[in-house]
Design a protein. Sequence first.
Length: 193
Amino acid sequence: MKLPELENSGKYVGLYVVDFSEQAGVGFTAQEVAELLESEKYRDCKVYKIYRARPNGEIELKGVLNETFGLEAGMFFYSKELDTAQKNFQDLVKIAKENAPPCRAKVHLAKYSDGKFAAALIYPAEYDDEISCWLLEAEYKTEGPAEGGVGAVQRYYDSKPEILQREQLFGQSSYRSRTGKELLKDLKKVVQR
């Protein structure tokens, strides 16, 4: 796969490279990649996330499984007391109001049948790294056990906890994602942005 030289390569960190086999495109958003992978024609493309850029224009890539774009990941902060779980929930919502998350997400305050509680943060799996950084930058802290990942989300849905409160978070992106015909007409461009 041959990639073009990029000016200001740092602005591409967090975006994606899509290898269409006959050519590759640099600078797709996660939403654009997800839309391409949903199509019959592009479902088998190889996808790489740009995770580091050097001042000389070189970029470092990390392969991403195509299935990732159809999954949800999450972080679950558990507590035995409702008050602690409510504080965890409210802190997540407060952080999002002060500094929008990198993608859309949902936050639940949930009660399990065994009496434990959780503040659950659920988001598209392709944003796992960005959500982790967002929480670290906000210095989000909780008490008690926590777990995360795609499997944790499935266990959460399977256990069917009672949702006591919920909030929808709207993400902030540096780039507007293209869809439909607008996205498809630009696929021949080697540099998307």
